[in-house]
Design a protein around this ligand. Sequence first.
Ligand code: MSP
Length: 656
Amino acid sequence: MNPDKKFYITTPIYYPSDKLHIGHAYCTVATDTMARYKRLTGYDVMFLTGTDEHGQKIEDKAKEAGVSPKEYVDRIVEGPQGVKDLWKLMNISNDRFIRTTDDYHVAAIQKIFKAMYDKGDIYKGKYVGKYCKPCESFWTESQLKDGKCPDCGREVQDAEEEAYFFRLSKYADRIQHLLEDTDFLEPRSRVNEMVNNFIKPGLEDLCVSRTSFKWGIPVDFDPGHVVYVWIDALFNYTTALGFMNDKHNDYDKYWPADVHFIGKEIVRFHSIIWPAMLMSMDMPLPKKVFGHGWLLLDGGKMSKSKGNVVDPYLLAERYGVDALRYFLLREFPFGTDGNFSNEALIGRINTDLANDLGNLVSRTTAMVGKYFGAHLPVTEAADSALDDELLHLAKGLRDVYEEQMEHYAFQNALMEVFKLIGRANKYIDENKPWLLAKDETQKARLAQVLYNLLECVRISAVLLTPFMPDTCEKIFGQIGAGEELRTWDSAGQWGLLPMDAAVNKGENLFPRIDAAKELEELAALEAAAKAAAEPAPEEPKAPEYITIDDFNKVHFVTAKILACEPVKKSKKLLRFTLDCGEGTPRQILSGIHEYYEPEELVGKTVVACTNLAPRKMMGLESNGMLISAVKEEPDGSEKLHLIMLDDKVPAGYGLC
Ligand code: MSP
């Protein structure tokens, strides 16, 4: 291996918040294929993947599950059918796996945050704006699309808090130059989107700390603040190599990364925020960020909740991992969106893998077995014009394939290989080995034809290895190609397979799928899974009665709202001063600010419970509770109406 040929490639680190679906596997399979290709071509490769484990979303999910955030992420990362398990299933050859909860990463992020603070690139300020909880992103009013999160289209909430900011604005010009004048970001179409939507309207400083939740890396010099998840996440690409830590020591060897493969929705973070932070740290920039498209389901975003058709475990069990890997990279170009459907997957398996590749291998090996007892005779090559086109394609294949792979054009690279496979199948039909076999004088020609086919299979298999490693291993076994005939060098040379190599027809690589039957079975599985997921109808519960004495213990009185104001530093609480007919006003705090503004409530007649034990909230005492009508919606949100009475009803009446 040439020590100068180093290649560092990364996937995004995944949120372990849900079970991963086949769309998540898309990027990791692409990265794995690239890593395997580079290793094949003689590079010393570092392939990094991992998990992004902090943030409010994880904190919320863990709470829902009744476990600590660490227990929650441990289960999803390390547990059965977890993230690591899935990568094993998909035959992912990552060299390293980082978890952002790893101690070395946590300590390194604290040092990085402090270094940017000391430099003056991080400063303390106050954040007022909008927050998208699912994306963990803060937005200004002008960045919203139709009042909603511009990334995911969901509702945003008002947010205000003391926070640290990163001077992103300082780097705007350098970032614009990086995007427009270099090929840092690909595909090119994503450059305009970044420049027009984010840089030209004015790059604002970025809020990089939170106080509203705990599950993050603490800012060690200001307790209460945790580091914004994207700083924590992005620097994983360097801490995993040993930057600012002693756990690893490959930073000097591999950084800067040759390429970050990422999905299109996180291009902004990788092509604007990431290089700006690296500039702030005076670190070299990655050589390239490639923002791939999405694998869609029915034209929309994929999610595990859309059913088990997108479950990689189910798909791998039914079709095999290599068929899945092939489909993901063959079906549509890496830079654009594409649709996933079982029909399309089965179609690819039947046409490309079973009919074309599988058939070529099985016909060729079967004929060598049938006509020559598994060893071709060593004959003098008799050139024939009938071979020209095939040999020309085979001899030039490695170069055209390389050209496509170097541009991350996986689909094109595969199409080039399948051109040769298709041509070889046609060559069989043209040369009709079954007729040659009947003619004793044609034995040498028959051997030559079969040899040419074996060479085509060998060269194709070398180049398909990064995509379908297990299948190619089987093919090499079937055509008797030893290690030295599986190399990159050997794929560029014709005629390396010894004529008398031991060929054996092995198992059928890709059995044809009966599409109609398969789709029926999948539909039945889907229906069964849905039925199993539906909650069993609840047994009607006997009502829990209370006695009249119990009821009388609660004092409900009518109350007039004399004053109402928001409680400082609280998003939800309103402070009410009420006339409950007691001579002196009563103070009650109520968490209904998201439903009402104070001025619309003053003067209204409401119902208060006055003998609830007093309670302190945000340093203020609440003496009772205002009564509201509340309904929980199926999506978990709540609707609330404060019970208001006719204003003719006087204050201080008891309710019975
Ligand atoms: N944690 C962040 C990344 C931080 S990187 C410093 C994140 N995680 S994620 O789990 O939501 O997504 C991981 C990757 O999966 C993203 O690149 C995303 O685009 C990709 N995909 C998720 N669903 C996908 C499809 N349906 N199709 C293709 N890729 C998709 O973002």
